[in-house]
Ligand binder design. Structure first.
Ligand code: HEM
Length: 178
């Protein structure tokens, strides 16, 4: 019974990831074929708005896990955390990441930045951020199925990783040190 529930939620997660990839490709194709040079500052504005939303979620979600890990399984509190985590992930964090990547790649192409050293380092840091995103999305599923085994201390530590990556990424893109 629990096994088939896990398989079902695994299938749903794959479907959601496929939908996110299709939306990402659609936004990228629209930008690459229809957006002109004049759109650059607007694209940067959308990129920064998406970045802020993504980061807000990436900093808040592990914080929720800290409290969720301390709540008793099956309690009202635990069930409330599940709803908060699911809505934060699906409503904010996932779409914000898709928009950040799509607009960031278009900016890099339109601005002729692909040969710049700072962009290579930035993309490497964003790939790491996306990996942390994937790890947190997996944790939302585990918490939803009452399968989290990690203590609050672990989530406190994980909380620091997006903060550090964000500092590195912003310095790279604003200062452009190399
Ligand atoms: C792989 C994904 C990303 C790519 C390819 C990308 C690329 C770019 C490019 C090319 C610019 C324009 C730079 C300029 O015109 O000077 C830009 C702006 C910016 N990006 Fe990203 N970015 C990505 C993800 C992120 C993330 C995750 C963050 C923050 C955590 C971020 C923060 C910013 C900020 C704050 C700006 C505005 C910088 C300024 O106007 O001085 N980007 N990005």
């Amino acid at each position: 019974m629990a096994g088939s529930q896990n398989r079902d939620s695994g299938k749903k997660a794959v479907t959601r990831a496929a939908i996110a990839i299709v939306i990402f490709l659609a936004v990228v194709l629209l930008l690459f074929f229809f957006a002109t040079d004049d759109f650059y500052p607007w694209a940067k504005a959308v990129h920064v708005i998406a970045v802020i939303s993504w980061m807000a979620g990436m900093l808040y979600l592990p914080r929720l896990f800290v409290y969720h890990a301390q709540a008793e399984r099956g309690s009202v509190q635990s069930e409330t955390f599940k709803v908060m985590e699911r809505r934060l992930l699906r409503g904010i964090i996932n779409p914000a990441m898709v928009l950040t990547w799509a607009f960031g790649l278009w900016l890099a192409w339109k601005g002729g930045w692909f040969s710049a050293g700072w962009l290579h380092a930035k993309i490497a840091a964003v790939v790491l951020m996306s990996a942390v995103h994937g790890y947190l999305a997996g944790a939302v599923r585990k918490f939803a199925e009452d399968r989290n085994e990690k203590p609050a201390r672990h989530w406190r530590f994980v909380n620091e990783i997006p903060t550090l990556l964000m500092i590195v990424i912003v310095i790279l893109v604003v200062v452009k040190p190399f």
